[in-house]
Design a protein around this ligand. Structure first.
Ligand SMILES: NC(=O)C1=CN([C@@H]2O[C@H](COP(=O)(O)OP(=O)(O)OC[C@H]3O[C@@H](n4cnc5c(N)ncnc54)[C@H](O)[C@@H]3O)[C@@H](O)[C@H]2O)C=CC1
Ligand SMILES: N[C@@H](CC=O)C(=O)O
Length: 814
């Protein structure tokens, strides 16, 4: 015998019922089957709501009843041939009239006992089993709707009745053996020995199926739902969740207990007692293998089989010196909870015995607190036990897998992956069986934690990065274009999945938690962008609370740079070409770096110096490997180098500055380049990387333009002033050129002093040949004493800068 159970989603529409029929028919011998069904999807909830309306004296209950009637009668019309309809409709109406009478009674007395609610709820399965049996008959499968009163016998705990197994097993055997027709059994419903209707708790249809399977010593129990088996995590919250092929009963029990809703936890026990294999299958994808639950599952390499979570948890702690060494404390503590029927989900106790902490459902917290404080009243009065401490709004995460036993490093990996994503662990519990490691976290972090852990344990080969890009100008737009072109290759070759979650500029922002498609980011930004500012953007980003989140600042804006601290505090990595933060006061620079290290995230700004050239990384590699830096010197400005390489008698200063802007070399405000401030920032950042606590004022700058070209004035005024000066400049430049020399803006740092000056270099000088917008940086160190280490190449421009930002992003994934 094989018992098949179909849940509410599998029988929610006539079309789905025909799929159920196909599954039944796909079995070798229909005679060897028993089918257990739930109510049509949503009907149990609807029955409960209807009862509550009637209880409140709200006549709207009649409307609800009408809808239920229509739904079932429609099913008759769609599933049954016209010739048989009237008899079946009469039977359905008979049942519905009985239901109406009861609800009328509830409405009149305005009272709804648990007993009545159980009776009302039973109609969902009674109706569905009847109609499904008739649909089977209609399609050539001899079937009958089993009478629930002949099957599962329970006590009188209405709403969650306890099964009396001895009598139930005997009845099930007697009623279901020696029948030539396929029994269609209403799940969830039971009856007392006195014939009162009870229910087995929500999800109880699975339980019914397991009880029937165990009573009949079935060869297997198949639970048919709308998902491809037990998943590695809840697929609604972890979209990369995958089905688990095989599980042991214990693993399945742990996962279902900790929230994997595909199977009702009590279902496992009857199957386990008779070693009946349970298959979890998908009615809508019957060919998918699903999950097999057995005594000795084929074990995969992975130590962790699945991750589950329970939300709305409260932690309740009792502590005090009076607990140390005192016997019977735990017994009294748990006894008080048991008396109040408070279910304890997790327990941890300090080895000093100074405190006991339990995780319980938040709705039980106050009741539990009162019960415990009453139990320990005398100790609390004497001051040797503290009042109960309650922490609300928590969630429990559980990692489950038999192979975790004796596999070192599981807890370490769990804690470090949560820590890196800024998720604080409030309590931990691990049984000696090592089947389950549980930890308590804030409820707001639950989804992020599930995704983080899932990635760490199941998708270690695929790393998902969640990008929040600020700035869609020269660098930002080029970066987005580069990622768009490379995203697929990165996924294929490096298993890095880069998702663009948020995008903003100075005017508008757009978000998509699932990822803004790379191919359409421009249209989406244009069409769906909403007015925003950096504060709103950053708040929303923090609210989303995604793992592996990276903030990419492609602006030159101080307000954006001012958000870094907030972001790092929330364990969000930062990648930026914006030099403002790293070149602001030394305290801020140091604070951000320390904060990033403390939070285990990255603050990367390689492009702050030399755009895409590996300057900062080269310097830090030298230092980390024990070298001592004596001097840094070079050409650090692409704009200025381009300018000195391009200005001529025919191409004046203002024309070339405009060109440098158009080519994407210059800062959004070109005076930052022309004044030497941009170079000052760069040399200072490098000096700081060596450990020097230089401030911007300490950098000696000798400007080459008159003050009126550099002052803070409207741009029109700037251009006018520049044009008035350009002939003078051209005269000086031509003079230098006539001596076989050229201008270069050189920055240097040595002995703790940084300076920026315009130098005239002749053709023999290595700086003379630095062409176009290139940069050259020379590091003179203890190891590179006679011949400095030189980095040279394109030092400005959208493509190279964006590539450098992109490389920093990938560095985070690695
Ligand atoms: N162009 C280059 O060769 C290099 C540039 N950089 C740096 O890259 C950064 C970006 O430069 P570009 O792309 O040339 O600038 P850009 O002026 O072309 O673009 C700046 C973007 O930032 C946005 N923005 C400004 N304020 C904002 C705010 N408060 N909130 C949100 N968005 C805001 C603007 O709307 C614009 O989309 C600058 O910090 C620059 O120093 C660094 C290395 C090389
Ligand atoms: N404006 C800068 C760009 C890079 O930082 C430059 O010209 O070098």
């Amino acid at each position: 015998m094989i018992v098949l159970k179909f849940g509410g989603s599998s029988v929610s529409t006539p079309e789905n019922i025909l799929k159920v029929l196909a599954v039944v028919k796909s079995h070798a011998s229909v005679n060897e089957l028993a089918v257990v069904v739930s109510a049509f999807g949503g009907v149990t909830d609807s029955l409960i709501n209807t009862s509550r309306l009637a209880e409140k004296g709200d006549l709207a209950y009649k409307e609800e009843l009408k809808k239920l009637e229509e739904r079932h009668l429609t099913a008759v019309k769609e599933l049954i041939h016209a010739t048989r309809q009237s008899a079946i409709i009469a039977n359905v109406k008979f049942l519905l009239n009985e239901l109406e009478d009861i609800l009328q009674g509830v409405y009149l007395v305005k009272e709804l006992s648990l007993k009545t609610l159980d009776f009302v709820s039973s109609f969902g399965e009674r109706l569905s089993s009847y109609l499904i049996a008739e649909a089977f008959k209609e399609n050539g499968v001899p079937a009958f709707a089993a009478d629930y009163r002949q099957l599962i016998i329970t006590d009188r705990t209405y709403g969650n009745a306890k099964v009396k197994f001895e009598v139930t097993n005997a009845r099930v055997k007697q009623y279901l053996t020696n029948t030539n027709e396929l029994p269609v059994i209403p799940g969830f419903v039971g009856t007392t020995e006195h014939g009162e209707t009870t229910t087995l708790g929500r999800g109880g249809s699975d339980y019914t199926a397991a009880i029937v399977a165990a009573a009949l010593d079935s060869a297997s129990l198949e639970i048919w739902t709308d998902v491809n088996g037990m998943m590695t995590a809840d697929p609604r919250r972890v979209k990369n969740a995958i089905p688990i092929e095989e599980l042991s009963y214990e693993e399945a029990l742990e996962l279902s207990y900790f929230g994997a809703k595909i199977i009702y936890p009590p279902t496992i026990q009857p199957a386990l007692s008779k070693k009946i294999p349970i298959r979890l299958k998908n009615t809508f994808e019957p060919a998918a293998p699903g999950t097999l639950i057995t005594q000795n599952p084929r074990q995969s390499e992975a130590p962790v089989k699945g991750i589950a979570s329970i939300e709305n948890i409260a932690l309740l702690t009792i502590s005090g010196s009076g607990m140390v060494g005192a016997s019977g404390i735990a017994m009294r503590f748990f006894g008080a909870l048991a008396n109040q029927k408070v279910n304890v989900i997790l327990i941890t106790q300090a080895s000093s015995e100074h405190s006991i902490t339990v995780g319980i459902n938040q709705r039980d917290a106050t009741r539990a607190q009162l019960a415990i404080e009453q139990e320990f009243q005398l100790e609390i009065q004497a001051g040797i036990v503290d009042k109960v401490n309650i922490q609300n709004d928590l969630a429990i995460l559980a990692l489950v897998g038999l192979n975790m036993k004796n596999t070192p490093g599981i807890a370490g990996k769990l804690f470090s992956s949560l820590g890196r994503n800024g998720i604080n662990i409030i309590a931990i519990a691990q049984g000696t069986s090592e089947l389950n490691i549980s930890c308590v976290i804030q409820k707001k972090d639950e989804e992020k934690a599930l995704n983080t852990i899932h990635e760490a344990f199941f998708l270690s080969d695929i790393k998902t990065l969640h990008l929040f890009v600020v700035g869609t100008g020269t660098v930002g737009a080029t970066l987005l274009k580069q990622i768009k072109n490379q995203a697929f290759n990165l996924y294929k070759t490096l298993a890095i999945d880069i998702k663009l979650i948020g995008l903003t500029n100075s005017k508008q922002a757009v978000f998509n938690e699932k990822g803004i498609p790379w191919a359409q980011w421009e249209e989406i930004f244009e069409q769906k962008g909403q007015e925003s500012n950096i504060e709103i953007f950053v708040e929303r980003m923090a609210e989303l609370n995604l793992p592996n989140a990276i903030f990419v600042d492609c602006t030159a804006n101080p307000d954006v740079a001012a958000t870094y601290k907030f972001l790092l505090e929330r364990s969000i990595s930062i990648v930026t070409p914006n030099k403002i933060a790293a070149s602001s006061n030394y305290h801020t620079y140091k604070e951000l770096k320390t904060l990033a290290a403390k939070r285990g995230v990255k603050y990367l700004y390689e492009t702050n110096v030399g755009a895409g050239l590996p300057i900062i990384s080269t310097l830090t590699d030298l230092i980390r490997s024990g070298d001592t830096v004596h001097k840094i010197e070079g050409i650090f400005s692409g704009t200025m180098n381009y300018l000195f390489n391009t200005v001529s008698a025919d191409k004046k200063l203002s024309t070339v500055v405009q060109e440098a802007m158009d080519l994407g070399y210059a800062e959004p405000d070109p005076r930052i380049d022309l004044s030497g401030k941009d170079v000052a920032r760069k040399i200072m950042i490098l000096a700081r990387e060596t450990g020097d606590n230089l401030e911007l004022e300490d950098v000696h700058i000798k400007p080459f333009l008159p003050a009126n070209c550099l002052q803070d004035s409207p741009m029109d005024q700037f251009w006018q002033n520049l044009r008035s000066y350009e002939d003078t400049f051209e005269g000086q430049r031509a003079e230098v050129e006539s001596q076989g020399k050229g201008y270069r803006l050189v920055a240097s740092w040595e002995d703790g002093k940084a300076r920026i000056e315009l130098r005239e270099v002749d053709k023999s000088h290595p700086f003379y040949s630095v062409s176009g917008s290139d940069n050259i940086i020379l590091f003179t160190t203890e190891r590179y004493k006679t011949q400095p280490l030189i980095v040279k190449g394109s030092g400005a421009g959208a493509e190279v800068t964006a590539a450098g930002v992109f490389a920093d992003i990938i560095r985070i994934a690695n």
